[in-house]
Design a binder for this molecule. Structure first.
Ligand code: NAD
Ligand code: DAU
Length: 368
């Protein structure tokens, strides 16, 4: 019966992973360590009781050592990070501190408890990383495989690339039992509304502009968060120690196609449910108008990667991974979740959120 320490378990993917694991393995012990930064939210764990929660920083090595020791943790699943590319452009320091130094602190604690003072019995340090470490693809380039050379372009992706290398070094040099997954763009419930899909759903509902960076032809591979969790589960169960695995959703789409799907999905939801017009009177769809009229092209993200795509043959062939949702299914479920959980997303849009949004988007307006 594994005892897991989940870092960043109150964030978007971490909380979905806690829910996934709790349902599938109800007898396992789950310890969550999360600093509750702007994107961490205890409401993401609402309805769950079967976990121990510690508010703290992954850079606090002695706290992590204590948690590993006291809870007899044998598996770390490391999600905690600064995760938003735009914020890394406006303020890179936190990204270096959490993603790079924080991951190193965790590795030091794991080495100390499991290898230096411990028995060295089977353990696992699983590191969650991103496809952005591989850089940007041209339209005809082959998708990223695990052997693609690293070429990170943003402070965010550079900090994640650095963390991947430190994880690799702790395996190679000290024998720490590590695995890493590099996944594509996640979407689903509890995603903080600064990322494309939740932000644009909410803007359609509240009648705000849909700010499309540049020409909107950047391509991402969309992965439903629950499919991602299944991929992590497979790697924890059967992944080879020291290896990395790419996880994708099999849904490569230009941003404009995703945005059109959001607009059409919101419009259709209003047609089917007359209550929505009363709940969201500022939505164009409440007045029988199309959400697509909210689309506005604004100045591009600095250094904006053009295309990401995942070659997932390794995880499919070695571990039997396959995403179970199409983007259409996953998006409909996600839209349904945001329509049903207005209280959740309104509560996330506090003063500091509004301040960040204003500075991010007004800076672009100046450059347009
Ligand atoms: P998120 O921003 O929603 O959550 C991050 C969580 O980490 C929050 O709960 C936050 O409070 C916590 N945290 C931040 N700094 C911390 C610190 N110093 N100590 C302890 N906790 C801290 O991010 P997410 O989208 O859930 O991403 C989770 C992981 O997955 C990250 O490592 C990210 O790089 C990676 N990833 C995300 C995506 C995506 O599409 N969202 C895709 C690929 C990889
Ligand atoms: O590829 C994996 C990465 O996916 C993760 O490592 C990151 O943590 C995660 O944030 C995500 O990064 P992106 O930059 O791809 O996601 P984001 O939702 O910020 O943007 C998706 C695309 O939409 C991107 O091309 C930028 C564009 N975009 C985004 C926002 C927020 C817009 O056009 N307008 C917007 O307002």
């Amino acid at each position: 019966m594994p005892n897991l320490l989940i870092t960043g378990g109150a964030g978007f993917i971490g909380a979905n992973f806690v829910r996934y694991w709790n349902e599938k393995y109800p007898n396992d012990s789950l310890v969550i360590l999360d600093a509750l930064t702007y994107s961490g939210n205890m409401a993401n764990l609402s309805g769950l009781t079967d976990f121990s929660f510690f508010r703290g920083d992954i850079r606090d090595t002695s706290l992590v050592e204590r948690l590993l020791h006291d809870h007899e943790v044998d598996t770390i699943v490391h999600f905690a990070a600064e995760s938003h590319v735009d914020r890394s452009i406006n303020g890179p320091d936190a990204f270096i501190e959490t993603n790079l130094s924080g991951t190193h602190s965790l590795l030091k604690a794991a080495k100390s408890v499991w290898l230096d003072k411990g028995s060295g019995k089977p353990h696992r340090f699983h590191h969650i990383s991103t496809d952005e470490v591989y850089g940007s693809l041209g339209p005809n380039d082959p998708p990223f495989s695990e052997t693609t050379a690293y070429a990170p372009n943003s402070p965010y992706s550079a900090s994640k690339a650095g963390s991947d290398h430190i994880v690799r070094a702790y395996h190679h040099t000290f024998g720490l039992q590590t695995t890493t997954t590099n996944c594509s763009n996640n979407y689903g419930p509890y995603q903080f509304p600064e990322k494309l899909i939740p932000l644009f759903i909410i803007n359609c509902l509240t009648g705000k502009d849909l700010p499309i960076y540049g020409d909107g032809m950047n391509v991402r591979d969309w992965l439903h968060v629950e499919d991602h969790c299944r991929g992590i589960d497979l790697v924890l169960e059967k992944g080879r120690i020291g290896e990395t695995y790419n996880v994708g959703g099999g849904a490569e789409l230009p941003n404009v196609a995703v945005i059109d799907a959001i607009c059409a999905g919101v419009d259709a939801a209003f047609e089917h449910d007359s209550q929505l017009g009363r709940r969201f009177p500022d939505a164009p769809a409440a007045r029988g108008k199309k959400s697509e009229f909210l689309k506005t092209h604004i100045a591009d993200r600095l250094g904006h990667d053009r295309r990401y795509a995942i070659d997932e043959r390794k995880i499919r062939e070695e571990l039997g991974y396959e995403p179970v949702r199409t983007f259409e299914q996953g998006f409909q479920e996600t839209l349904g979740w945001y329509l049903a959980n207005e209280d959740w997303w309104r509560a996330t849009m506090d003063g500091s959120y509004l301040k960040w949004m204003a500075s991010n988007y007004s800076e672009r307006a100046r450059r347009t």
